[in-house]
Design a protein around this ligand. Sequence first.
Ligand code: SF4
Ligand code: SF4
Length: 222
Amino acid sequence: MIVGEQKSIAEIKNIVSPYKKVLILGCGTCVKTCFAGGEDEVAVLASALRLAFKKDGRRIEVEEFTVERQCEDEFVQESAEAIARNESVLSLACGAGVQAIARRYEKTPVLPGVNTTFLGVLEKHGLFTEECSGCGDCQLAVFGAVCPFTRCAKKLLNGPCGGSQEGKCEVDPDTECAWSLIIYRLKLLGQLDNLRAYVPPKNWCASGACGPRKLIREDHVL
Ligand code: SF4
Ligand code: SF4
């Protein structure tokens, strides 16, 4: 899932301050799971903003609405009336959701309320870990399903740097060395021979270095 963190109240207050009517628009999928933008977070943030502006002696109308996913038209349409009633939208979705809303409502300022952080996994309650960089050319089969491109601080694709100590990364001793994990997994799978094969440098175009990427599924295009 996409992991993000709500911006601080101070930053959000600053972003919405030019407007008198603001719709806080939540997203009920990824950011809800990481407590950044679901219905509950929308309600808490709305109350906090109302209070903060009241304290400053300013009246600002804050409306709340949450859709299932801001990155899909089907759900975005449900918010059309609420968006029309307000001067601006504070989106509590990931960056893709913010841009999806802005593209559909060109004359409405759409503001980000979340810092989109990474593609990750819910490791345990309240702990999310980064696992994938969306590189467009997944090589997890070679690496025992541990991504060195994302999880190795040096993004090494052909073995460890040699600085790992007791399975921890030399760059950050609180993080497990991705290559220790890869070797451990390959050993379990009986696939240590994978380490003999040279992994060529990444195709950075597939990773987005040649501009924004598109995925076209011809069989689903209407
Ligand atoms: S190899 Fe690419 S697609 Fe696969 S997990 Fe790593 S970053 Fe993600
Ligand atoms: S210690 Fe491991 S994870 Fe850290 S940079 Fe070296 S190989 Fe990568």
